[in-house]
Design a protein around this ligand. Sequence first.
Ligand code: PGA
Length: 249
Amino acid sequence: MIRQKIVAGNWKMNGSKESIVSLINGLLEMEDSNSEVVVAPSFPYLSQVNDLISDSSIVLAAQNVSQEVKGAYTGEVSTSMLGDFGVKYVLLGHSERRSLYGETNELVASKVKAVLDSGLTPMLCIGETLAERESGKTLGVCEQQLQAVIDVVGIVSFEQMVIAYEPVWAIGTGLSASAEQAQEVHSSIRAFLAKSSESVSQKVQILYGGSVKASTSSALFQMPDVDGALVGGASLDAKEFIAIVKTAG
Ligand code: PGA
């Protein structure tokens, strides 16, 4: 099964009106790619970025969303609002949301449902902490995080989703998982999904995230079950991000 690669930049809480213009202008110099290139700015900049990328093939993502449709939820942003600004993907369950803002597997699952219901595409982040890896719980943690979502939206919905495996110990630390470590977990995730549906497991794109740089991405992208990357820090530098996209082919 040929799965298109996705290279997504998670800008986190970074950027200004000015810096975003120069970052996008840098990205617009990118040559055509067979991969889908995605950027995820903070909410206030979605409209600006949507305008700046309108003549390009770059795709817009949001970093979070409310599980509620609308109403008295001060400070929240709904899926339909994201749709108004051309958003295609929504990052959900990022480890920073889970650890800093207390997002549980159940809350993440309800957000996945809201995003699917609105016709947008969840980019579901899963991954283990260092303590969990060291105690041999990596797959158990990933499976629990996936199962909570399967329980709410069903396995077939995973055809409309992207998974990002991001070991927490590799995020923002400079400690990337090796290509072999990533492959091992990605293929286990696929095997886990295959227990519910072989065809869904073959279709779903599984990205790796955690300190991805151009110097590490080409080995990662050669792995049969690594379908792209979710890039944090390195996505704030247009040249580095373009170099990562190039390694994806
Ligand atoms: P990083 O972040 O590339 O800076 O490690 C990845 C992520 O959090 O998605």
